[in-house]
Design a protein around this ligand. Structure first.
Ligand code: NAD
Length: 508
């Protein structure tokens, strides 16, 4: 085994201590009904949504499928919970304690959460623990602290000293949170923790492929002491449940993570009621290796940047730009590494890359790869679905693509990367910015000046230098251009979940 492969396996591979598939599936599924107004309820029309195991194609379970009338019930419950104030009228420290307790309870059930994430999404169990579970715990802990720090400011009016003027941060009211399937626990947590910290109530619509983890999160939130109606969870399909939530007049704020196409539909729906909107959308992120980089670190970093979570990451570094003097060496080493990455069941001890989330999604990824081949790009490794049960796809590395090819322009959302040489900083800055997206970027160099000079030219919401995919609740995250509107995390996210109210009092 090469040193590169050993490092990747240590970073994102499973190990001997993962639960086996039989015990993971035998544990069963905790919740399968909608969570509305503090109760577990069936969909009004009795509809059911199958949850399919991406590793086998078999049905795991059916959950209640929310439609417009169920979403309406959920919004009504959230509205009442907000207007009657059991949550927004708690003191900040009381809200903080509930958020902290949610973090503790997720931690206490971390294995159960990680099993569910792997079962319904497919990612390796260790990645579920590291990204979803640890990420969610960190969010609730951080925003437990933030709940006690939501202060306005005293304002000195310019024209008179005879006023006492100040601002307050006021919760929006009811937030509709719509999330994708690639991080079944941390995607909801990124929105839920700051929304609750600010005193909002919530209706959460998880992705149709991954409702189970979100329902377990609701169970944990009730146990932590969240009052009835403050969090409602309505699994369902996008065009029915999602659209009903996005356009609902009882919803004050919509925060959406998903594709740019769906984001456009959500923005159109929000226009009717001028709902406040956060959009975290797609990406096609550049990862740039300079000739002075530590190539051992850069090759590993580039592989982690695109292949972790099977490439089903909005920030995936799918456009790898390599400085000409080291291009051939990096390409050969990187493609060789990709070809060796173990692909398999998310519960198998040696898995680094699990199945893609669904058969439809795998067909979409395969369509992009086929288009790249027929456009004339060269496959350096992978390029094929893997025969047999499960939605497996080989980690795929392309070279010799031109900038207009769809593999370099469109988000594939799978383990597919294009490697392209560049001659100097001007050229690579132009190449990196030649995209409708602007979510993330990576730079690998040992020169501080190069990192700064290049970094400030990149039109991306987050730039990683000598690292990739570093997230933290304190670090704001969001995109330029068609990658979205607004920010998640950091103190900045509080702006997304509050209105500012100004008060001026005349003193006499
Ligand atoms: P998607 O847009 O198809 O679905 C996302 C969510 O929106 C799902 O819950 C879906 O049911 C719902 N939805 C679909 N149509 C809807 C409609 N008309 N009205 C309301 N809701 C609707 O995206 P996906 O395939 O689930 O996820 C992959 C996408 O998410 C990728 O484009 C990826 O880049 C993006 N993503 C972005 C970020 C980020 O932070 N920028 C993070 C993760 C994923």
């Amino acid at each position: 085994m090469s040193a590169d492969l050993r490092t990747i396996i240590t970073a994102i591979g499973n190990g001997d201590d993962v639960p086996d598939r039989a015990s993971a599936t035998a544990a069963g599924v905790p919740q399968t009904r909608l969570h509305i107004d503090g109760a577990w309820v069936n969909a009004q029309d009795g509809g059911l949504l199958p949850v399919i195991d991406p590793a086998t194609g078999a049905d795991i379970v059916e959950v209640s499928e929310a439609r417009a009338s169920d979403v309406d019930r959920a919004v009504t419950a959230a509205r009442r919970a907000f207007d009657d104030g059991p949550w927004s009228e708690l003191t900040p420290v009381e809200r903080s304690r509930v958020l902290w307790r949610i973090a503790e309870l997720i931690d206490a059930r971390r294995d159960e959460f990680a099993r569910l994430v792997t079962l319904e999404h497919g990612k390796p169990y260790k990645q579920a623990l590291a990204a979803d579970v640890a990420g969610a715990i960190a969010m609730f802990e951080y925003f437990a602290g933030m709940a006690t720090q939501l202060n306005g400011r005293k304002v000195s009016l310019t024209f008179s000293n005879d006023f006492h003027a100040y601002t307050e941060m006021v919760p929006h009211g009811v937030c509709g949170l719509i999330v994708p399937w690639n991080y079944p626990l941390s995607a909801p947590a990124w929105k839920l923790a700051p929304a609750l910290a600010a005193g909002n109530t919530v209706v959460l619509k998880p992705a149709e492929a991954t409702p189970l983890t979100a329902l377990l999160l609701a169970e944990v939130c009730i146990e932590a002491g969240l009052p009835a109606g403050v969090l409602n969870v309505v699994p369902g399909y996008g065009p029915t449940a999602g659209a009903a939530l996005a356009g609902h007049p009882g919803v004050d704020k919509v925060s959406f993570t998903g594709s740019t196409t769906t984001g456009r539909a959500i923005a159109a729906a929000a226009l009717e009621n001028f709902q406040r909107l956060t959009l975290e959308l797609g990406g096609k992120s550049p990862n740039i290796i300079l000739d002075d980089a530590d190539l051992d670190e850069a090759v590993i970093g580039a592989a982690l940047g695109v292949f972790s979570n099977m490439g089903e990451q909005c920030v995936a570094g799918t456009r790898l730009y390599v400085h000409e003097p080291v291009y051939e060496e990096v390409l050969e080493r990187f493609a060789g590494l990709a070809a060796q990455l173990p692909v398999g069941d998310g519960f198998a001890p040696d898995t680094v890359i699990g199945p893609l989330v669904s058969a439809e999604h795998r067909a979409r990824v395969a369509g992009y790869v086929d288009a790249g081949i027929s456009d004339g790009a060269r496959v350096m490794s992978g390029g094929q679905p893997i025969d047999g049960e499960g939605n497996y796809f080989q980690p795929t590395v392309f070279a010799d693509a031109t900038s207009q090819m769809s593999i370099l322009r469109e988000e594939i959302f799978g383990p597919v990367v294009v490697v392209t040489p560049f001659s100097d900083l001007d050229q690579v800055a132009g190449m990196a910015n030649d995209s409708p997206y602007g979510l993330a970027a990576g730079i690998w160099t040992q020169s501080l000046s190069t990192a700064h000079l290049l970094g400030r030219r990149l039109r991306a919401g987050i730039v990683w230098v000598n690292c990739y995919g570093v997230f933290d609740p304190g670090l704001p995250f969001g995109g330029f251009k068609r990658s979205g509107w607004g920010r998640e995390m950091g103190t900045e996210v509080i702006q997304e979940y509050t209105e500012t109210r100004s008060t001026a009092i005349r003193l006499r």
